[in-house]
Design a protein around this ligand. Structure first.
Ligand code: XIL
Length: 371
């Protein structure tokens, strides 16, 4: 070998050795992936593969993804009988190309439902029979289209109030609690192999916890399939109460279903009085006192936020035999829904990657916890 080429080779080797420790560094999926799925929600821009920075983070850290919006009913069936799978198809393809198990979110929810669903052409509530057949048709079409490609579906979202009573949504008002089994049955018929989940927020509340356990037991008693319960976990600095939250993890596991943390984020800002939970219809006027960190998080606050993340992950790690998936509700602070919920126009810091997709220091601590 020529001397010049030999020197080049030595330089290249030295260079690769100096960068390889960074390249070889573990991502979240290397550490947590031994115990559970670790996922993120993807927005349309990301699943259309228009966001290279997002894809780099996705490939390194996640093995699972949930559609943030593109599989909701108002998107998939904007008018009766008119299905639009363009964005959802791209989401599925993106997941397949990037080694991500796919979570379908969701089949039945009172929010982000198309306007036509609950009414007839005069705007009057439809009958039981009509709503049942509309739900069944939607679920058969959507689950059927992606049969064999989806790991699990959030079949019903947010049917129960915090006190354990049924949410008085049009679904419940028209069909009563039967709407739950209608949806689970239809999903199972359309894809007998896919996992099926019930998903909700504020799952630490005792009333809701008991009602969800009842729901699981009732479905099972009727011979219907339910594989898991999703605890959304839109958490804050002083909620949920960790003892109650832990009780819910145990309670759901005891019902014989997988426990999943399905929409994890951390609202770090001061919130208006009266705010609680994650009902997307809640909204408060923007005031400066609710948006104090527009120029970045002060160091002492960032430390507290880091500690709060670790409180949650210590709990997840302790319950690793019960928790089958942890999904973050977004990748970077830049496009988290928490910038607009429950107060529109805030600068929030609710995720594990900052506005330029750089990993926050807490990511290493989470990885070390699971190693
Ligand atoms: C949110 C999305 O993140 C937003 O982009 C959208 O505007 C509203 O819905 N519970 C759920 C999710 O089950 O579907 C919601 O997602 C957040 C609360």
């Amino acid at each position: 070998m020529e001397k010049r080429n030999f020197r080049k080779l030595v330089c290249l080797l030295a260079l690769s050795l100096s960068v390889s420790p960074t390249l070889a560094q573990d991502g979240l999926k290397d550490a947590l992936g031994k115990h559970c799925l670790i996922g993120t929600s993807l927005n349309q821009w990301q699943s259309d593969a228009q966001d290279a920075a997002a894809t780099a983070v996705v490939r390194r850290h996640f093995n699972c993804a949930t559609a943030e919006n593109c599989m909701k009913m108002e998107v998939l069936q904007p008018a009766e009988g008119l299905f639009d799978f363009r964005v959802a198809d791209k989401f599925v393809k993106y997941c397949q190309q990037n080694g991500l198990k796919i979570i379908g979110h969701n089949l039945c929810w009172h929010s982000q439902a198309p306007e036509w669903l609950f009414t007839d052409s005069w705007g009057r509530p439809v009958s039981k029979e009509v709503l049942k057949s509309r739900l069944e048709k939607h679920i058969a079409t959507v689950v059927g289209r992606y049969k064999g490609q989806i790991h699990g579906w959030d079949v019903v979202n947010e049917a129960i109030e915090d006190d354990g009573s049924w949410r008085q949504s049009p679904l419940y008002k028209i069909l009563g609690e039967e709407f739950i089994e209608i949806c689970f049955r239809a999903a199972h018929e359309a894809d007998p192999d896919v996992e099926l989940y019930y998903n909700d927020y504020s799952m630490s509340k005792p009333g809701k916890r008991d009602a969800v356990c009842r729901l699981v037991r009732n479905l099972k008693a009727k011979g219907l399939r339910i594989d898991g319960v999703g605890m959304q976990s839109h958490n804050g600095m002083d909620y949920p109460d960790l003892t109650e939250y832990e009780k819910s993890i145990d309670a759901f596991a005891t019902c014989g279903v997988k426990v999943m943390i399905t929409e994890l984020d951390l609202n770090v800002l001061p919130n208006p009085e009266g705010f609680g939970g994650a009902d997307i219809n809640q909204s408060f006027e923007l005031q400066q006192k609710y948006n104090p960190y527009t120029a970045g998080l002060p160091k002492d606050v960032a430390k507290k936020v880091e500690e709060r993340w670790m409180q949650f992950f210590r709990l997840y790690s302790k319950h690793r035999s019960q928790i089958s998936r942890i999904t973050l509700w977004g990748i970077s602070d830049a496009n988290s829904w928490l910038n607009d919920f429950p107060v529109p126009g805030r600068t929030n810091y609710g995720l594990l990657f900052d506005r330029s997709y750089a990993e926050k220091p807490v990511v290493k601590n989470i990885i070390n916890l699971y190693k």
